[in-house]
Design a protein around this ligand. Structure first.
Ligand code: 5RP
Length: 233
């Protein structure tokens, strides 16, 4: 079974968690896309939900499927967010932002009573950091912010190169919020909490892709079936 089929299986299990009348956060990425597709099928048969998207891409997908959409201004408290991840460890600490949606993803997850991660089991790692950590920064003062980020990473005991993310056409990538992303190639993050705190202190850093204490459970699909981490019900 390929990774995309596994992602779909994880998404299908997460659909079972959705109850009528729920206010849902919709994630971003190829795994979350499966979840939104399956939710669209439910909605088409009359199922009642109200959703908030974590990106313009997900918003467009959900609207195209007829899913009722809201905003965090109109609906500031959500029951459940279902989203993918680039990496997760056994303590449900995540790296997110491979799809450049980390800022909205974190705001939506934080506004949700529960966040459930859906992924293929290749995303599970013993130590975070093999996937480059996305750090969203404002364009103003980029070089000064970059140097401060390098210092924060060093102070937290980590090390690695920072790469300004570009689109396939070579242009600097802009997030939905109009920011840049620096991808930190750290290899391994010994103390994710310490690094997260250090990055939170840097002016110019809007958000980073370490999601700590946000996910309550994870549904991981592998060749031998589904694995549940934490609580999903
Ligand atoms: C987007 C994300 C995605 O959840 C993450 O990149 C996983 O994507 P995929 O499901 O395509 O593997 O954080 O910002």
């Amino acid at each position: 079974m390929n990774a995309d089929e596994l992602k779909k299986q994880a998404a299908a299990r997460a659909i079972d968690l959705v109850r009528p009348g729920m206010r849902l956060g919709l994630g971003t990425g190829s795994t979350a896309k499966h979840f939104v597709d399956l939710l669209g099928v439910k909605v088409a048969s009359g199922f009642d939900v109200l959703c908030v998207a974590t990106s313009e891409v997900t918003q467009a997908q959900a609207l195209s499927l007829g899913i009722p959409m809201s905003t965090l201004d109109e609906t500031p408290e959500l029951d459940l967010t279902v989203d993918g991840a680039d990496e997760l460890d056994p303590q449900l600490r995540l790296i997110k932002g491979g799809g450049a949606a980390l800022l909205r993803e974190k705001i939506v997850a934080a506004a949700s009573a529960r966040m459930i991660v859906i992924a293929d089991d290749g995303k599970l790692v013993q130590r975070l950091g093999r996937f480059p950590l996305p750090i969203e920064v404002v364009p103003f003062g980029l070089e000064a912010t970059r140097r401060a980020v390098v210092a924060a990473i060093a102070a937290s005991g980590a090390a690695g190169d920072l790469v300004l993310r570009r689109r396939p056409d070579g242009e600097v990538l802009l997030t939905d919020g109009g920011h840049y992303i620096l991808d930190a190639h750290l290899g391994a993050i010994a103390e994710p909490e310490r690094l997260a705190q250090a990055l939170n202190m840097v002016p110019g850093v809007v958000e980073h892709g370490l999601f700590i204490g946000l996910a309550s459970g994870a549904i991981l699909a592998g060749a031998d079936g589904l694995t549940i981490l934490g609580r999903v019900e």
